[in-house]
Design a protein around this ligand. Structure first.
Ligand SMILES: Cc1cc2nc3c(=O)[nH]c(=O)nc-3n(C[C@H](O)[C@H](O)[C@H](O)COP(=O)(O)O)c2cc1C
Length: 222
């Protein structure tokens, strides 16, 4: 254990602390995939499922996180039916956990375009090649779909051989982009000896236009 405690009194707005923990995890060489989070969704019948995703950005004000994925994937179907999700970050070495729950909306097209442009060439081609979460007969069939994308966008072998290559000329697929999870409930947890962990939850409500009420903060028993 680190002997760390949450601030006392708790800050009125938890987003700065969330972002600080995230940045510290990104800088911790012991932590594999520090930006990864587990995102839970539920379908129209309320059946839950969870998968790992990368958190690509934390926006302090008004308080949301961004992830990128395929808009025809299983998670996207869940979010179409039930636009709510819960994300969990666990940074084992730091004895820290964060739970973020709230409403999910698609990112504006320009934001997804800008992020797609920054991605490595192979990831851009992969987004065209993969109908994420749909069946495919073999890995070879996926490679043929990748070859189709390579031919479609005139990518050269030299470009393909360079893992950091970016052509800038590949457009974002219409079925791929970002989501913003607007946070309504955020819990920060620090592990302590004897399971006397330090927990606090901040909650607020979001209006129909996603404008938030002020946060209210509460310390919780472990
Ligand atoms: C460390 C890690 C990071 C991942 N990051 C992403 C991501 O940012 N976006 C994504 O669509 N899938 C990502 N995946 C794959 C997802 O876990 C999942 O397999 C995929 O999104 C399909 O999920 P779905 O069928 O529930 O839609 C990641 C997997 C791992 C293990």
């Amino acid at each position: 254990m680190t002997g760390e405690h949450l601030p006392d009194p708790l800050p009125a707005d938890p987003m700065r602390l969330f972002a600080d923990w995230f940045e510290q995890a990104l800088g911790d060489p012991r932590q594999p995939n520090p930006a990864s989070m587990y995102l839970a969704t539920a379908d129209a019948d309320g059946c839950p499922t969870v998968r790992t995703l990368l958190c690509k950005h934390i926006e302090l004000d008004p308080g949301y996180i961004i992830f990128y994925t395929n808009y025809q994937s299983r998670k996207a179907a869940d979010l179409d039916a039930n636009p709510r999700a819960a994300a969990l970050f666990h940074w084992d070495h730091a004895h820290r956990q964060i739970r973020a729950e709230g409403r999910v909306v698609r990112s504006p097209d320009e934001e997804s375009d800008a992020y797609f442009k920054s991605r490595a060439l192979l990831s851009q081609l992969g987004a065209w090649a993969s109908d994420q979460s749909r069946p495919i007969e073999s890995q070879e069939a996926l490679m043929l779909r990748l070859a189709d994308a390579v031919a479609r966008f005139g990518v050269t072998l030299e470009q393909l051989a360079d893992p950091s290559a970016r052509t800038g000329g590949i457009p974002r697929p219409p079925h791929w982009g970002g989501y913003r999870l607007y946070i309504e409930r955020l819990e920060l947890w620090v592990g302590a000896q004897g399971r006397l962990h330090d927990r606090a939850v901040w909650s607020r409500t979001l209006a129909a236009d996603l404008s938030p009420s002020p946060w209210s903060a509460t310390r919780l028993q472990p």
